[in-house]
Design a protein around this ligand. Structure first.
Ligand SMILES: O=C(O)C(=O)Cc1ccccc1
Length: 269
């Protein structure tokens, strides 16, 4: 299946995409938004995007793109993230990587390379490409990318030993499934009053539906207006999930609710 993910080759998203597609089916895009657009516009059958990291939290670019375009989530892929520092030699003065990777290695960089310039680029593999072209640049990325003139200067440089990222596998809305142990939805309540968030949470709590993630994001329209992203451990096929959603639809009658779908989780090493 034609699958788009964050490029160039060698990103963590590319590794996660390996769980759903063969390498010759994978195409690269330069941003999460381009991936979501490609799936929403029917240019690709699947898209793989990072959604949440155990150190840095949600990938807000992904949350916002999911709120803007109609796509389904058909699988979750979880992979451990172990960063390497890759360069042609020890004499570099710039470290280039994806903002999430730079943030996950902040303490390491402050301690070992307090004077380097930190440069945010579109992906970890793009930072590694820059390191391959320029001896004054080091990249942070998966150590497997240290090919050719590149050396692994240091391994496991993330600030916590356990560092994992969740990826969503996206599909066109017609492929949305109600089967699967987890579900995601986005609620834009179209209202703002005391206790609104509490009201939105109650339908889940009353039915013993565990919330595995709650995020609020600004709607971008007015300061203080939010939409909410929920992940629940329950499938849309379940009667209790449908009952909770019916209540939420009522609360959000002046806004909208998007069911992204139900899915299962796959762990990839
Ligand atoms: O840049 C990448 O390799 C990505 O796939 C995004 C990312 C960055 C850092 C941790 C997990 C995913």
């Amino acid at each position: 299946m034609r699958t788009v993910t964050l490029g160039p080759a060698g990103t963590y998203s590319h590794r996660a995409a390996g769980a759903v597609a063969d390498d010759d089916e994978i195409e690269f895009r330069e941003s999460v938004r381009d991936i979501v657009d490609a799936v929403a516009d029917g240019d690709a059958e699947r898209g793989v995007v990072p959604i949440e990291n155990s150190i840095e939290g949600s990938v807000t670019e992904t949350l916002d793109a999911l709120a803007d375009r109609d796509v389904a989530v058909v699988k979750e892929v979880i992979t451990p993230i172990r960063h390497g520092l890759l360069a042609q030699s020890e004499s570099f003065d710039t470290v280039a990587s994806h903002p999430q990777a730079l943030a996950q290695c902040r303490e390491y960089l402050d301690e070992h390379y307090p004077d380097v310039t930190v440069e945010a680029v579109a992906s970890t593999a793009r930072g590694v490409e820059l390191a391959r072209e320029d001896p004054s640049v080091a990249g942070i990325g998966h150590p497997d990318n240290a090919t050719g003139d590149l050396e692994v200067i240091a391994e496991d440089i993330q600030d916590r030993r356990s560092n994992a990222t969740r990826f969503f596998v996206l599909a066109p809305p017609a492929d949305r499934s109600e089967a699967g142990g987890k579900s995601s939805l986005i609620v834009s309540p179209g209202a703002n009053y005391p206790g609104l968030l509490l009201e939105l949470l109650e339908p889940f709590a009353e039915r013993g539906l565990d919330l595995t993630r709650v995020e609020s994001r600004p709607t971008g329209e007015r300061l203080g207006d939010y939409l909410f992203h929920f992940d629940i451990s329950g499938g849309l096929y379940e009667e209790r999930t449908q009952a909770a959603l019916a209540e939420i639809e009522e609360i959000a009658a002046d806004g909208w609710v998007r069911e992204l779908g139900s899915y299962d989780v796959e762990h990839v090493v």
